[in-house]
Write a protein that binds this ligand. Sequence first.
Ligand SMILES: Nc1nc2c(ncn2[C@@H]2O[C@H](COP(=O)(O)OP(=O)(O)OP(=O)(O)O)[C@@H](O)[C@H]2O)c(=O)[nH]1
Length: 302
Amino acid sequence: MNSEEDVYRSGFCAFVGRPNAGKSTLTNALVGSKIVITSDKPQTTRRAVRGVLSRPDGQLVLVDTPGLHRPRTLLGQRLNDVVRGTLADVDVIGFCLPADEKIGPGDRFIAAELSQLKAPVVAIVTKTDRASKPRIAEQLMAVGQLGEFAEVVPVSAVAGEQVDLLADLLIARLPTGPQLYPSEVRTDESDESRIAELIREAALADVRDELPHSIAVTVEEMNPRDTEGRPPLLDIFATLHLERTSQRPIILGAGGSRLKRIGTDARHGIEELLGQRVNLKLHVSVMGEWQRDPKKLDRLGF
Ligand SMILES: Nc1nc2c(ncn2[C@@H]2O[C@H](COP(=O)(O)OP(=O)(O)OP(=O)(O)O)[C@@H](O)[C@H]2O)c(=O)[nH]1
């Protein structure tokens, strides 16, 4: 018979929490490579990106979801449907609540949704490096009042505190089962969609207010260039889709300076991701109210 140490567990985990709760950063900290874009502007995560944490005792497949929120547009509604579909299907849920923010109606909305589900919920008090010890203690107690949780655990993804403990707790909740992905796999996202996300991240880092919700990116072409023996070079053509004509000058900046900066920032990230030189050409297109149009959402892959 196997002893407890020989047990191998595998399964799926989703992080939920209101926008900016630290879900993406935590996914990256657990998986140990940059796979999900992070930004200090709410609601930057649109796809259920998977990160895979492989250990000798188990494999945790992380499904990073957009924040559950009250939908205002068709895009918002589709995102919520994606989130609910994802949650019904996972083995364990991590509910992220920042240590440095009071629990609010958004958190209670999510807690009520989670109480309907079968999967055990681990409540994660995130960003503990931003809060004092008494404040963390207060938050842990408040979270304890919010619902029935399998565990309540404080972590800091940025400081790397308690991240391993969190991995232990999540893996302990998975069923016993075989390895689901080869150990070297960190994500099953295609290069193309990771590139599109890196471009979106670079654009978001540079613009403020309304614009984040109005940017989508598609990669049109990726062509290796004939470099005749010199280091390989990949030509990438991508389009930044905006919702309104008035947003075009914001993205372009004076004399196109902002778009150029976005392109340079994104190129650095893409070169790091692919490990090769890249020539990135960005094109700006106005789709007009794309967030409300089912056909356009389909075209953009939502
Ligand atoms: N100091 C500190 N900041 C953190 C930590 N985790 C996340 N942050 C910051 O909080 C902000 C939001 O983090 P994300 O990981 O993008 O949050 P999210 O929940 O994925 O956000 P959405 O995509 O909007 O749902 C970013 O500016 C992060 O750098 C942490 O442990 N410590």
